[in-house]
Design a protein around this ligand. Structure first.
Ligand SMILES: NC(=O)c1ccc[n+]([C@@H]2O[C@H](COP(=O)([O-])OP(=O)(O)OC[C@H]3O[C@@H](n4cnc5c(N)ncnc54)[C@H](OP(=O)(O)O)[C@@H]3O)[C@@H](O)[C@H]2O)c1
Length: 327
């Protein structure tokens, strides 16, 4: 099969190789997916650069992807052959990810993809959409609540706004860094968009919430917003952190303790079974009803995987980067 891989950590165009690898065969309880698309996420380039240790001398990157089941292992119903699916955790604690024509995964990691959902959109579900859903729902319902989505035009942020809207949030505020990103956040369903480069974010949030602060923050940059967090959240509110621009996060004790804010970190790769199933069930229902908008920024052929990684790494595109695999 055609695949991309790296044998050492380093910059995309120095270490990514495209070539032939043996076809994987599904083991007991597994399905094999003929992939149409592979999603590229920040986690993928960070792993390639060595943030996570390489688990083997050769790694096929990417956790997200979508395609059609073409073989099943023992214990899996043959009726699944031919099913359109999307994949989660394709390269989490595994060597063989989705940047390949074929992948074998445990059958629950291949989720039925509604007919009307494209394979490109299917490649955005495993990390961006599941992360967004979990970030919004980690502490239960947001119905009637005020939610602040930092980075509302980001891959995760854009889905997070939509999740908050579909789950009945009363007021959704999003931050962005440009007018173009403001349009994307508005289209996703933000009631108020703040350009954090040109506006006073704290003043705008307080004005929009009657000086109370928001019930929940969905946080893409924990370190960058640590100092302002107690001002943004209502008494005893919640900040759900899924990202940070710098690894050290420093909080001021007195403002934090006075605000009573709870800070909740999570990583989508390690979602508990029940949380993942709930997210998958709800997202599937929304997909079937055509309620989710996907933000595909660019598609690259597998041969241009290095360009795809560089595009994600640069942070210049708005939305998801997807690789299309040869049929
Ligand atoms: N915990 C998890 O399981 C999980 C899952 C997915 C992603 N992540 C992490 O989350 C981060 C975002 O992932 P992504 O796929 O959404 O990336 P993305 O598509 O590049 O989006 C990131 C967005 O955040 C915005 N942003 C960055 N710094 C900001 C700040 N200080 N204030 C407001 N907005 C800011 C960026 O726009 P501007 O820079 O123009 O503002 C961009 O729109 C990455 O670090 C990724 O590794 C974690």
């Amino acid at each position: 099969m055609k695949a991309a891989w790296y044998e050492r950590n380093g910059p995309a165009r120095e270490v990514l190789i495209v070539g032939e690898q043996p076809d994987p065969q599904p083991a007991k309880g597994e399905v094999r997916v003929r992939l149409a698309t592979s999603g590229v996420n920040p986690s993928d380039w960070k792993a390639r650069m060595g943030v996570r240790p390489m688990l083997a001398p050769m790694v096929i990157p990417h956790s997200d992807g979508a395609g059609v089941i073409d073989a099943v292992g023992d214990g899996v119903s043959p009726s699944r052959i031919g099913q359109r699916v999307w994949v989660w955790n394709g390269q989490w604690k595994r060597v063989h990810g989705t940047a390949a024509a074929l992948i074998t995964v445990a059958q629950e990691q291949a989720v039925p993809l509604p007919d009307a959902t494209s394979f490109a959109a299917g490649a955005c579900l495993g990390i961006p959409a599941l992360t967004a859903y979990r970030a919004v729902t980690v502490d239960g319902s947001v119905k009637g609540q005020t939610v602040l989505v930092m980075g509302g035009a980001g891959s995760v942020g854009h889905y997070a706004i939509q999740c908050a809207r579909l789950l009945g949030a009363k007021l959704i505020i999003a931050t962005v860094s440009s007018p173009e990103k403001a349009v994307r956040a508005k289209e996703a369903g933000a009631d108020l968009v703040i350009n954090y480069r040109t506006q006073d974010m704290v003043a705008e949030v307080l004005a929009a919430t009657g000086q109370r602060g928001v019930d929940r923050v969905v946080e893409v940059d924990a370190a960058g917003h640590a100092a302002v967090l107690p001002k943004l959240v209502r008494q005893d509110g919640l900040c759900v952190v899924y990202g940070t621009n710098t690894p050290q996060v420093t909080y001021d004790f007195v403002p934090m303790i006075m605000s009573g804010v709870a800070v909740r970190f999570f990583i989508v790769y390690e979602l508990a079974h029940e949380a993942r199933q709930e997210a998958i069930a709800t997202l599937t229902g929304w997909l079937e009803q055509g309620l989710l908008t996907h933000q595909i920024a660019a598609e690259f052929p597998l041969d241009e995987i290095a360009k795809a990684h560089e595009a994600v790494e640069s942070g210049k595109l708005i939305g998801n980067v997807v690789i299309s695999l040869p049929a």
